[in-house]
Design a protein around this ligand. Sequence first.
Ligand SMILES: [Zn+2]
Length: 404
Amino acid sequence: MAEVRRTVVVKLNVDDSDATLLHKTVEEYLWACNYVVRDAWQDDYKPTSKNTLHDRTYSDVREQTRLQANLVQSARNRAAEAIKGVVARWKKGKKASQPHFTTPSVRYDKRSATFHDDRVSLSTVNGRIEAEYILPPEGDNPQTKYLRNDEYEITGATLQYRDATDTFFLHIGTKPDVETKIPDEGDAENSTVLGVDLGIEQIAVTSTGMFWSGDYLNHRRREYERVRGDLQRTGTESAHRTIERMGDRETRWVEDYLHRISKAIVQEAVAHGCDRIAFEELTDIRNRMPSAKKFHAWAFRRLYDYVAYKAEAEGIDVTKVDPAYTSKRCSKCGTTLDENRQSQAKFCCQKCGYEVNADYNAAKNIGFRLLRTGQKSPHGGATRHLALKSGTLNVNGGYSPTDD
Ligand SMILES: [Zn+2]
């Protein structure tokens, strides 16, 4: 059976002087990542081997930073992955530029960090610091399921700083502890689904209550159409060429935007310990969604493909389900009525009175549908869950700049 790895997000309790040390550590770590990339970029043929990059940069980085050896290696590994990603894109004839690390995060392993039940000890630019976990009460949450569970062992963690809330978070990786796992029970295996609804007003909404508005995309789209219309009316050869160039640029822009959304969706699934993501079936979408343009159908397919691709790397399966009634069914009591869907944005159940954003309701139904098909997760899954907003942490992970 495939090994199921989970990431659990934990907020850290850090006092001011330790926070200063962590900020310095992040700063020097990012500097180290960028140093390795810059070094590789001096060559026409970019080195991607960790050994080569190590030989070329290790002593320099040790000299110029206060990072402990394991963090220097971690930074070099991260740079190596980013360089590999760029080279892979080039090989496919795609564009990619020199990676530059800005997201405030540091990858720790079990040598640079020590994980305890209630706290972590982290290597910094000046010795180690200890930070307590801020954990939710024990219950149906990923912290209880994976972190407080002896059947899961910790593999490492990524420290992340969130500017908006001025907090440090630890994204702790876990995997089933093979030693303590009793084979024939087939128990502890939970299957958790993230439901995703796609639409025009909201490009994507998850069953965990994350929304990505379509405004930005729709606005840019309209602007583009307007300019294209003006150019078409001039009808000259050069206007025609301009239209083509603009079209290419617009496509790249939209693809990049969809990449970011897909990445956030997969992060959301990882943060909620999901092993499956459910989308609605995309064929025939323009009949079901009368206001959808050809562009939307294209964008939805792209978004789905990007999510499927990124999810695979996390061991998460992506499936499409029959979309029938997902917009009219009450995700709370299960009643399906035309009148439940009051307007584009509003859902109000005529039976139980549940009032909620219509897309969010649909996202939950899409997730439920996959659970109810009885289709088993390839990872097993005796107990099945839908990842929901309540009782779980909401995560907006930063983008690392290259792995799209
Ligand atoms: Zn209801």
